[in-house]
Each structure stands twice: as structure tokens, then as C-alpha cells.
Design a protein. Structure first.
Length: 157
């Protein structure tokens, strides 16, 4: 029987980490409201209108590729295929980029400032905890092919 080497926090699916963080920010916004100027309010809404659908489209595209390759989307699990095309030509982690874009888009549409604070913590968690574990597993599985991909494509964008 294989042992799950993931840290305990990694048993929470990454999309849920984003959702929980967002709700923490919404709670902060409720207790310590931040009012923006009318111009900043408008800019936030327009940015949200662009970012949210961009994140959703990127997530759907990335997830579709993984599903077609019948490989896992669960951090730290053994992958069946190394995906290097589509959005993976530009980022080794387009699913995380998509979640970030959607998160920022939602905050913009709702003109919420406080959710940006926990987002920074989520991105730190991904960058320094989740992604290194994923990269180690990919290195184990795909060796030099993964090293070449990693040298060619940035982690985020």
C-alpha cells in the first residue's frame, strides 16, 4: 500500500483553499469595511469583469487537457502524463493561475479589498509547499523530460 507523503493541509483540495481564504477576506471586509473612491470602484469592477471569466476559461481548458490525458489533478499524486501543451506551454501551473485570476475577478466584481490579504498567504502556500511537492513527484516520474520542461517553462507565468 502506498503511503501518502503529503502534509496534512494538502488534503484540502486547492480550490477549497482559495474559497476558504476568500471567505476569510469577506469576513474581514464585513468587520473592517474598506471604501474605495468611485474611480477605484469602477476600475475594480471592470478588472473583475475581465479576470473572473478569464480564470474560468483557463481553468476549464487546463482541466480538460488533464482529463483527456487521464492524469491526476491532485497535488503529490503520481501523474500518468506530463502535459506540456496548451496553457502548459506558458506556465507549469495554469490551474493555480486560473484560480488566482478567478479569485481576483470575484474580489473585483464585488469590490472587496480584504480578500487580497489571504490570497497572498494562499499563493505563498502554493509556491513554497504544494508546488515543490508536485515538482518532486514529477521529477521522480518523468526525470530528464521534466527537467527540460521545467527549464523551458516558468512556474507561474
Amino acid at each position: 500500500m502506498a503511503t501518502d507523503r503529503r502534509p496534512l493541509l494538502m488534503h484540502i483540495p486547492v480550490p477549497w483553499v482559495f474559497i476558504i481564504a476568500y471567505f476569510v477576506g469577506v469576513a474581514l471586509q464585513g468587520y473592517l469595511p474598506v471604501e474605495l473612491s468611485p474611480a477605484a470602484h469602477h476600475i475594480a469592477r471592470v478588472a473583475g469583469f475581465v479576470l473572473l471569466p478569464s480564470g474560468v476559461v483557463l481553468a476549464a481548458w487546463s482541466l480538460t487537457i488533464f482529463r483527456r490525458q487521464r492524469t491526476t489533478t491532485i497535488p503529490g499524486e503520481q501523474s500518468r502524463a506530463l502535459v506540456t501543451w496548451g496553457p502548459y506551454r506558458f506556465s507549469r501551473n495554469p490551474m493555480y493561475v486560473s484560480l488566482t485570476l478567478a479569485y481576483l475577478g470575484e474580489a473585483g466584481l464585488l469590490v472587496q479589498v480584504w480578500p487580497l490579504l489571504p490570497l497572498a498567504a494562499v499563493l505563498g502556500y502554493l509556491n513554497w509547499t504544494v508546488i515543490p511537492i508536485e515538482e518532486a513527484r514529477l521529477q521522480e516520474t518523468f526525470g530528464q523530460v521534466y527537467n527540460e520542461y521545467r527549464a523551458r517553462v516558468r512556474r507561474w507565468f
